[in-house]
Design a protein around this ligand. Structure first.
Ligand SMILES: [Zn+2]
Length: 128
């Protein structure tokens, strides 16, 4: 293989502060960076996929791996307004209901882990 970039990554194992499940919609990428900075998270297992918490079986599998490998004590589930993976709905109540269902499933799967459900809108984040 031909090197295209030299960079030293740490080989140290770590305990994750949080596993964050976020939509890959780039309109909310700066919001994610700001949220991470606001919370002072440094070790993050990030699951960035279309729809965020929408694909719940896949999400639960990923969270389980984060907990197993990195002893993650906290999960943040995000969905956002106008998400294409949800058909682009603009109804916050729709997303709140979807997020609540996803959070309930994650809590049932991992009772010892703290779960936060967050709705991202174009003016910031709201806890569900
Ligand atoms: Zn989305």
């Amino acid at each position: 293989m031909q090197s295209i970039l030299s960079f030293e990554s740490s080989k140290d194992h770590y305990t994750a502060d949080v596993c964050i499940v976020w939509c890959f919609d780039a309109r909310f990428s700066h919001l994610l960076d700001t949220f991470i900075k606001d919370r002072n998270y440094t070790q993050i297992d990030l699951v960035k996929i279309a729809g965020g918490a929408k694909e719940i079986d896949f999400v639960i599998d990923q969270i389980g791996k984060s907990i197993k490998l990195h002893h993650t004590p906290r999960v943040v589930l995000m969905v956002h307004n106008e998400c294409g993976a949800y058909g682009g709905s603009t109804d916050p109540a729709f997303y709140e209901a979807e997020l609540s269902k996803a959070a309930d499933k994650v809590r049932a799967s991992f009772p010892s882990v703290e779960v936060e459900a967050i709705f991202a809108d174009f003016d910031g984040l709201k806890l569900v």
